[in-house]
Design a protein around this ligand. Structure first.
Ligand code: MG
Length: 368
């Protein structure tokens, strides 16, 4: 089987809540997502998606994704999309770095592999654990009482994991964590994600001030070394995210005992192939994971669901359903949250069918 044509579409994803805010005053109100279609000479088409969290979360941005796909696509015409490791080596040889550019293409090729083998992607990624899995809800940064009210609201909708966007004023962040924690019930989990927003002295004050609260601390500071220092002065469970973007950092973090949970985002690692490799390494090392992506709509949510559902349940700390945060649906068949839980599709491939009327005309068309 050969890739004959690669197309990329742009889709805008506004948020139900109007905007999403996190550390340092960063916010997004309409996400700019890119959907990729990989066509083959067998008449099978695979779909993928990549959606950076604005241009200032990771070194990734939406127009960069499309520029990179246009750069990379000519090198992939004629390649076999079902030989995933070989295809990834081809992408890495043609374009150094830029993992997020490769993510949607790799995802689309997993969709093709599932369709030609008649298997849902989760089966190809290792199997299906249980009927479904639990989700977290990200709580956009607002005043403490407003964030506590969101925890209450989303708890009523079935969520049992709440990721507070802190990383603002340390005094206010302490209040945010206390107010949100007061809404929790037994079995719930609270994560305070500073998204690199604190300096070390701020982080140390916050973790000391909330010592009596059952809360996870996620990515307090910008660098790995700063986070490790905070970790060594903190007795809360500790999550690393932004600093862990490949196997080298995963192994280093494990050797340093730098984290208890690691956040595996599909596009941060460069696609499902590499995210699965990281996931399997975490299982071997005994590390729990949050499995998700930087952002996305229906196709990213479907891909997350396949990777999360194929992860042993005790290692899956939590996952996410981005398609429920946004007002636009551009693919049918995407998984839908039920009582705070999600399940991967049982259909071959990712199980999604793009709505071409929503996607409109492709911005990129290479091959044919
Ligand atoms: Mg995070």
């Amino acid at each position: 089987m050969k890739i004959t044509r690669i197309l990329a579409y742009r889709v805008e994803l506004p948020l139900h809540e109007g905007s999403y805010k996190w550390s340092g005053g960063k916010s997004v109100s309409v996400f700019d997502s890119t959907v990729v279609a990989v066509e083959t000479d067998a008449g099978v088409t695979g779909y993928g998606e990549v959606c950076p969290l604005g241009p200032f979360y990771l070194p990734a941005y939406a127009t960069g994704a499309r520029t990179g796909i246009a750069e990379l696509a000519p090198h992939l015409i004629g390649e076999d999309p079902t030989q995933l490791s070989k295809l990834n080596r081809r992408m890495d040889a043609a374009l150094l770095g830029h993992p997020y550019v490769k993510s949607a293409i790799d995802m689309a090729c997993w969709d093709i592999l599932g369709k030609v083998t008649g298997q849902p992607v989760c089966m190809l990624l290792g199997g299906r654990y249980g009927d479904d899995f639990g989700l977290y809800r990200a709580i956009s940064q607002e005043a403490p009482a407003a964030m506590a009210a969101r925890v209450h609201e989303y708890r009523s909708a079935g969520y049992r994991r709440f990721q507070l966007k802190v990383g603002g004023d340390p005094g206010e962040d302490i209040e945010r964590i206390r107010a949100a924690a007061a809404e929790l019930q037994p079995g719930d989990r609270l994560i305070a994600d500073a998204n690199t927003g604190w300096l070390m002295h701020d982080a140390l004050r916050v973790v000391r001030a909330v010592r009596d609260i059952d809360v996870y601390i996620e990515q307090p500071c910008r660098t790995y070394e700063e986070c490790l220092t905070v970790r060594q002065h903190c007795d809360h469970p500790f999550v690393l995210d932004e600093n862990v973007d490949g196997l080298d950092m995963l192994l280093r973090g494990h050797a340093d005992r730098a984290m208890d949970v690691v956040n595996i985002k599909i596009s941060k690692f460069g696609g499902l192939t590499k995210a699965r490799q990281a996931r399997d390494l975490c299982v071997s090392l005994g590390l729990a994971m949050t499995i998700e992506d930087s952002w996305g709509g229906d196709i990213v949510t479907a891909a997350i669901a396949h990777l999360a559902h194929s992860t042993p349940s005790e290692f899956l700390f939590t996952s996410t359903d981005f398609n429920s945060y946004v007002t636009v649906s551009f693919a049918s068949g995407a998984p839908q949250r039920k009582h705070g839980r999600l399940a991967a599709s049982l259909q071959p491939g990712l199980g999604v069918t793009p709505k071409l009327d929503v996607l409109g005309r492709p911005l990129i068309e290479i091959g044919g």
